[in-house]
Design a protein around this ligand. Structure first.
Ligand SMILES: Cc1cc2nc3c(=O)[nH]c(=O)nc-3n(C[C@H](O)[C@H](O)[C@H](O)COP(=O)(O)OP(=O)(O)OC[C@H]3O[C@@H](n4cnc5c(N)ncnc54)[C@H](O)[C@@H]3O)c2cc1C
Length: 558
């Protein structure tokens, strides 16, 4: 049992109250009176999937005309963390590759069941994704590779009896009891050497020092995945990268509805007043094309803020240079949330999440290949066709490196003789096994050298390859140990027209580091502020199913 300070104990009690309040929120949401009028406008700060989803929910379920909605995004493109771009000459790059499921992601599919596909006439994005996954089923045959380049048998989780007891205790503990403790406060060192930990932590990007609450939530939310974690059979992929397969169709639909998509527009502050004890936003300060302007927020208008981003301060390297080491100071991405939260505990505590890059940082890389040697050898070695294998993790690698060979092409403009794959390492600050440097200091050439070392592939296999590394200092900031009051509710208590949509809001039972979390936050915020009387799809209680529990138990004892 972790040793909690008085301060933590005091917060535990407060956290319990917050969570009960958050649980009541879902039922209360549909009954909220709306201040909106016929000319009401909505402003969304940030153009990630959360804001795009919120705009769609306002149009589809709230009947707000698209022309009354503006999305203000600091970057030159919409989509936030769901990026993906490039060409064969300059190389392709994406910060992340996503695993989705159709057994969860209830709000995401509720949205994409009504967004038309860009590729298949008469189909929705949901339809085309399901059809694609019927054809390309995940069945990883080389999930973990050890230092001898051997495929590790993974049908057993590798638990000792002690691991089982401790894991059960953690998974049954209340969030109040877990409070701001770390995973290591509950599980002994041996647990972190089990096959289960290597598979679970690299599938979901957990580190031992991350939040025990979040780890527990994952165990419950993805209990269905527990018994098939070694093959990743439950994982669903999009046809292309998520920018082309999710962001682009949604953005296209929003444009068709008249929604204003404003890029290169950084919001620096909000004007506000207090009326009848309520926090009311009255103006939006933004910086666009070297000019500052203030957008007036009138009576009945709404403002949705994406408070922070997991990809804030990320930077790209090249074959000859390592990514620059940026921090929030250089990017300014957390500033707006920090300003709003100062002296207002109901708006959360950004410092809980953004104060320690060493605990929230990792690095990904995208490789563009111009001959099929690497894919052919991987196919032979792993036994998986591209798009069916999921993650291949080098479990003994100092960087804890994994790669994913998605179905090709991964980009719509990708020629047939070009292949693209993505990888990442959870410990970029460690010196490599084949390159005597931390990954954080490596360029693309050195990362490929390290990868080929683990695979025992000749370097000629990646001849002409272009590897673009990407440093993400806050990538797991949402997993930092926290108390529930550290994140605001989607519509904070006492707010009249301000809502938050991000990975840093409090939603009962759901799990961060997912597209679903942002879409659910969007649906909750929109339905509450617009007073929409439609049921938000609940978090599916797979963990309450006796069959799922039984299968998980059998697996844990294998
Ligand atoms: C490497 C990686 C792997 C991932 N793997 C998975 C996975 O397997 N499965 C899964 O479901 N999810 C995964 N995710 C998570 C998922 O991509 C994110 O949870 C989701 O995209 C977050 O969306 P968002 O809209 O909340 O925020 P973001 O995408 O972070 O968007 C926020 C946007 O707001 C903008 N912004 C912020 N402040 C301002 C301001 N003041 N003014 C103007 N603009 C502003 C930012 O520029 C940014 O574009 C992964 C993410 C990454 C990076």
């Amino acid at each position: 049992m972790p040793c909690l300070t008085n301060h933590q104990n005091q917060f535990r009690r407060q956290a319990g109250k917050e969570r009960r309040r958050a649980r009541g929120f879902l039922e209360a949401a549909v009954n909220q009176p709306s201040d909106m009028n016929a000319t009401s406008k909505a402003y969304l700060v940030g153009g990630g999937i959360g804001s795009l989803a919120a705009a769609a929910f306002m149009v589809r379920d709230g009947n707000l005309p698209g022309a009354n909605i503006s999305i203000l995004e600091a970057a030159p493109v919409m989509g936030g963390s769901l990026d993906g771009a490039g060409d064969p000459a300059g190389g392709y790059s994406l910060r992340g590759g996503r695993m989705l499921t159709t057994d969860n992601y209830e709000c995401t599919w509720d949205l994409f069941k009504t967004i038309p596909s860009l590729n298949r006439e008469g189909k929705t994005v949901y339809d085309e994704t399901v059809e694609f996954n019927e054809l390309h089923k995940s069945n990883a045959m080389a999930r973990l590779i050890d230092r001898r380049r051997a495929k590790v048998p993974v049908s057993s989780m590798g638990f000792s009896m002690r691991d089982r007891v401790e894991l059960l205790k953690l998974s049954q503990s209340s969030e109040d009891a877990l409070a701001a403790s770390c995973i290591t406060d509950w599980l002994s060192p041996g647990f972190f050497e089990t096959e289960f930990w290597f598979m679970w932590s690299t599938t979901f990007a957990f580190q031992p020092w991350h939040s025990a609450v979040e780890f527990k939530r994952y165990l419950h939310r993805f209990m269905l995945e527990f018994s098939r974690i070694e093959t990743l059979a439950g994982v669903k992929r999009t046809i292309y990268n998520q920018y082309d397969s999710l962001v682009l169709p949604l953005q296209t639909w929003l444009k068709g509805q008249g929604v204003h998509l404003v890029t290169d527009c950084k919001v620096t502050d909000l004007d506000h007043k207090t009326e009848d004890g309520k926090f009311v936003v009255t103006g939006i300060h933004c910086h666009r094309h070297e000019k500052s302007e203030v957008i007036a927020v009138d009576e009945g208008d709404l403002v949705f803020v994406q408070n922070a981003s997991m990809t804030d301060a990320s930077s790209l390297g090249s074959m000859t240079s390592a990514p620059q080491r940026l921090t929030k100071k250089e990017s300014g991405g957390w500033v707006l949330w920090e300003k709003l939260a100062e002296g207002r505990p109901q708006f959360g505590t950004p410092a809980t999440f953004n104060s320690c890059i060493a605990q929230s940082n990792w690095e990904s890389f995208t490789v563009t290949l111009k001959n099929s040697a690497f894919f052919n050898q991987m196919n032979q070695f792993s036994g998986n066709e591209p798009g069916t294998g999921g993650l291949v993790t080098f479990k003994d690698s100092n960087w804890l490196m994994s790669i994913v060979l998605a179905h090709q092409p991964h980009f719509p403009n990708q020629p047939a003789d070009v292949q693209v794959f993505w990888g990442y390492s959870l410990f970029p600050d460690q010196v490599g096994n084949f390159v005597p440097k931390p990954m954080a200091d490596c360029n693309g050439t050195e990362i490929l050298q390290e990868l080929c070392g683990h695979l025992r592939f000749d370097l000629e296999t990646v001849e002409l390859a272009n590897c673009i590394p990407c440093r993400m200092p806050y990538i797991t900031s949402m997993f930092m140990p926290r108390l529930s009051g550290d994140r605001p509710l989607p519509v904070p208590v006492g707010s009249r027209n301000l809502a938050f949509i991000s990975q840093f809001v409090e939603i009962p039972d759901d799990v961060v580091f997912t597209v679903e979390y942002s879409v659910r936050a969007a649906q909750m915020a929109v339905y509450q502020l617009l007073g929409i009387d439609r049921k938000i799809p609940p978090v599916t209680p797979h963990d309450k199913s006796l069959r799922v529990q039984f299968e998980a138990l059998i697996k844990a004892f294998k």
